[in-house]
Ligand binder design. Sequence first.
Ligand SMILES: Cc1cc2nc3c(=O)[nH]c(=O)nc-3n(C[C@H](O)[C@H](O)[C@H](O)COP(=O)(O)OP(=O)(O)OC[C@H]3O[C@@H](n4cnc5c(N)ncnc54)[C@H](O)[C@@H]3O)c2cc1C
Length: 388
Amino acid sequence: MRADVIVIGGGAAGLMCAFEAGRRGRRVVLLEHNERVGRKIEISGGGRCNFTNVNASPGNFISRNPHFAKSALARYTPADFVALVRRHRIAYHEKKLGQLFCDESARQIITMLLAECEAAGVEVRTGCRVEEVRKDELFRVSTNRGALESESLVVATGGLSIPKLGATDFGYRVARQFGLKVVQPEPGLVPLTLAPRDLASFQALSGVSVPAVVRCDGAEFAENILVTHRGLSGPAVLQISSYWSRGRELSVDLMPGADARPLLLRRRASGAELQTALGQNLPKRFAQVWCEAFALRKPLRAYTDAEIEATATRLHDWRVKPAGTEGFQKAEVTKGGVSTDELSSKTLEARRVPGLYFIGEVVDVTGHLGGYNFQWAWASAHAAGQFV
Ligand SMILES: Cc1cc2nc3c(=O)[nH]c(=O)nc-3n(C[C@H](O)[C@H](O)[C@H](O)COP(=O)(O)OP(=O)(O)OC[C@H]3O[C@@H](n4cnc5c(N)ncnc54)[C@H](O)[C@@H]3O)c2cc1C
């Protein structure tokens, strides 16, 4: 069987690229090994799909080349995707920080993408696992259901996160097979684990959430951190996890927007205990456990000025050294992927392999938490869809 374009992977990026190419009159076949397309879309945003972020800009993406995503992002904006959503009469709302969610269900986004594929004449084959790719004159793709040939081949197989939803390393294997560099894939937007010693003091706080500013490697995020039975999670920690690497410390400001020093001095003067004093700014249980672990064994009124200073510094710059991450089982995305050095930022085509394209999460472009990863999937897919 012969097509103009074969798209491997029926996720966000693959579906969008397929219908963009189909609209141009290209004969497109999309191959997905799951029994249905869009499994990640289905569970995204807690089942409501945070499908874009109105504030998306290149600064919300991590890549070895921070400039790479600019071109595609500029040519397909959040407003473009919102226009598509509105055309399909899908009700949505902004939850916080520019994050747009469906009012009803993430399934509406999948229905919309499939409707666009159908209108553009795309043939969607599910239950079809691509096993091998070769290139002679044309690309030849072997699947569990026979072979196909095409002029253009789009790899939209995503990253390694959540293997039980069908994630594979197939995209990276194809890249390496054609001699393209792959930046080591690592879990991103992932809960961080603590060493048993640190966990011992904090496990009692499992489920407690604290507003904080978390910093690492030049990045900072002001949102909640959540203590879990294995370590730390919550939006601020998920965000910073994409910047964290093994052996590094996080700096956590537990009193963002406040100045702990005068506050502690005032409370020392009033005779309050540190734990009670902190309980006015932090959840009481958290204040108690934090004091047991880090405060001096004496009443606040006995603190010297230097000790007040040191405690204030610790509250604003609490150093936490994660032991690791919860891995691809729990990661929302995969950092790293097909090196952007190998791809045209305009078309997403491999510079050294004409006709071969990589889009979406398989590429070394990773968005922050909050609808940015889908925006990259749409934008990169749209870009490639104009050229395949
Ligand atoms: C729990 C969770 C919640 C998320 N929530 C959000 C959110 O609200 N907002 C946001 O922006 N991002 C969110 N993300 C991230 C977002 O889902 C991904 O970045 C996005 O889906 C990537 O799209 P993609 O098309 O590149 O890859 P994928 O969606 O992973 O699609 C790749 C497809 O390729 C298929 N495939 C793989 N190998 C083969 C093969 N050999 N043959 C055939 N098919 C194959 C897979 O089955 C899959 O369907 C979330 C992720 C997770 C895990």
